[in-house]
Design a protein around this ligand. Structure first.
Ligand code: BYC
Length: 321
């Protein structure tokens, strides 16, 4: 990992105390401000994983652009997938303010040494999967990212504000697909239910391991990078989504789902953490396929990067002249 462009802090206790006091007062940390090296590294870890998720996340949906059932659906899906590329770009730009080169992060992704969200390692088998992804995956992302819009690091928080606005549109387009299918023929309704059955549990896994198994949470919460723990956000997502499923006549695939009338929480059954660990260790149903697709896209795009660099050099020479 390259060194930060800003003067690197020595993490002396007085500086750390002053930094933590700023965090406690709810101040935003900006790239040129002093920050503990560990804070910078945690941000690079989390933001680069997030950026990679946006970019790899284009693949499962990109798979359906040519097969969208109508022009209207195709336009929406195309716009959504393009938005995800933009999200990746904003977040990679955010990591650059922390002194890390985007090319280096992409190399880590292509080498298979960087993580990206577990959810994108599942296949998109039917058109209803476009509905399920928009509704559930973007829905989960909104719950997670609305909190990150208050993160203590300014560039990340600001990127989240815009991203969340776009994710809201993504969620609506997904939910509309699901609602339309659920109100359609029995075969269409069955297709929607099947997509919900397959995407429900992986969506809950998006929030990460339970708080007691989450090695990074305590530090991220202390530095207000995260505002809430993984379990609280997962519960919030379940509480929001259960009534949405009921409204369109679909069933959440969890026989243990029950409403706790006192707390208002929908209690859910156990998550298969073994499956989660398999997926994040590279052994999910599509991990290899996803990385192969990214590697090919990167290689195919080499001429575009070369042309951009040549153009920038010509521009600089022209300005100098
Ligand atoms: N998948 O200590 P923990 C989108 C890893 S894209 C893979 O709880 P943390 C969209 C975790 O990294 C949405 N890995 O970690 C795009 C850690 O490993 P390392 C993507 C996961 O950071 C296209 C280890 O498990 N959103 O919306 O405190 C189309 C222990 O976890 C996952 C973001 O990236 C996972 N699900 O909390 C449609 C949001 N969960 O790094 C939609 C930003 C955990 O120590 N990220 N791990 O080796 C976050 O909010 C947090 O990083 C997480 C995890 C809640 C994900």
């Amino acid at each position: 990992m390259s060194e930060p462009t800003q003067p690197k802090g020595s993490d002396d206790p007085a500086q750390v105390a002053a930094f933590e006091a700023r965090i406690a007062r709810g101040e935003t940390i900006e790239p040129k401000d002093w920050m503990p090296e560990r804070y910078r590294r945690q941000l690079v870890r989390m933001m680069s994983q997030h950026a990679h998720s946006e970019v790899v996340g284009m693949l499962p949906e990109g798979n359906w652009i040519t097969r969208a059932p109508s022009l209207r659906r195709k336009i929406s899906l195309l716009a959504k997938v393009q938005d995800e590329a933009g999200h990746g770009l904003y977040i990679y730009c955010g990591t650059e303010t922390l002194g890390v080169d985007r090319a280096e992060l992409i190399d880590q992704l292509l080498a298979g040494t960087a993580k990206y969200s577990s959810i994108f390692n599942y296949p998109t088998l039917t058109w209803a999967d476009m509905g399920a992804i928009g509704w559930l995956v973007d829905g989960a992302a909104i719950v997670n990212q609305t909190m990150l819009a208050h993160a203590s690091f300014g560039p990340y928080a600001r990127a989240m504000v815009r991203i969340c606005k776009e994710e809201n549109f993504h969620k609506r387009q997904g939910y509309e697909i699901m609602a339309t299918l659920a109100a359609g023929t029995p075969a269409q309704k069955a297709m929607a239910q099947d997509a919900l059955d397959r995407w429900w549990w992986p969506s809950l896994m998006m929030f990460g391991p339970s708080d007691k198994e989450s090695p990074n949470s305590a530090e991220l919460l202390r530095w207000k990078i995260k505002q809430k723990g993984n379990d609280e956000l997962r519960q919030r997502f379940v509480n929001l989504t259960v009534p949405q499923a009921a409204a369109i006549g679909l069933h959440i695939p969890d026989p243990l789902l029950t409403l706790d009338k006192e707390t208002g929480d929908w209690e859910f059954g156990p998550i298969d953490w073994n499956e989660f660990m398999q997926v994040i260790s590279g052994n999910g149903p599509c991990n290899r396929e996803r990385l192969a697709a990214r590697r090919k896209a990167h290689a195919d795009g080499a001429w575009v990067r070369d042309a951009a660099v040549a153009h920038a050099a010509k521009d600089a020479a022209r300005s100098a002249a």
